[in-house]
Design a protein around this ligand. Sequence first.
Ligand code: GRF
Length: 203
Amino acid sequence: KRIVVLISGGGSNLQTILDNCLSGEINGRVEAVISNRPDAYGLVRAKRYGCEAITLDHKQFTSREAFDEQLQATIDEFSPDLVVLAGFMRILTPEFVQAYLGKMINIHPSLLPKYPGLHTHKRALEAGDKEAGATVHFVTPELDGGPPILQGKVPILPKDEELDLAKRVIAIEHVIYPKVVGWFCEERLTLAEGDVIFAGKTL
Ligand code: GRF
């Protein structure tokens, strides 16, 4: 399968996907990595892996619509089966989301539906939660609101600060995200009328 990954930053999730493609755990190849930030370290990871590493700086565009149109055109050059959002920190227009419905997934650092949006670890700590985690979901027009595919849970320990929790959560992200990408590439995962179908069963 052909995969395009969108990033804005460090790209540690991207790295686990690249590694799993190389090892054969994921039956696919990352054809291109696209970043909206020119200085994203994930672009270095992409070059090292040997795929296209493209910067599309959102600041060069006059509107969100214009940026998303160019982003879509750039993605479509690679005819991907799957678009993976891996720390891509941009809100997407409904038109863009619609174009990849059922073919685009995201990872979010909370146990959705809890804490969509930013500062998830801070909010979990402030709420006194006993556990936190990450969610891989299909992307729908509602921000962080698409149907969940897989969650990874971690405990919140009494002395945890935001950074402690962030480290524990990202470690579980690195386990669950390549797993889901692998399932998709094996055609075990589809989105049908808003429901996730995994291996023939509705999740
Ligand atoms: C992760 O915490 C992910 O859940 C969120 O952005 C972060 C990306 O980290 N969407 P990295 O760039 O993959 O290291």
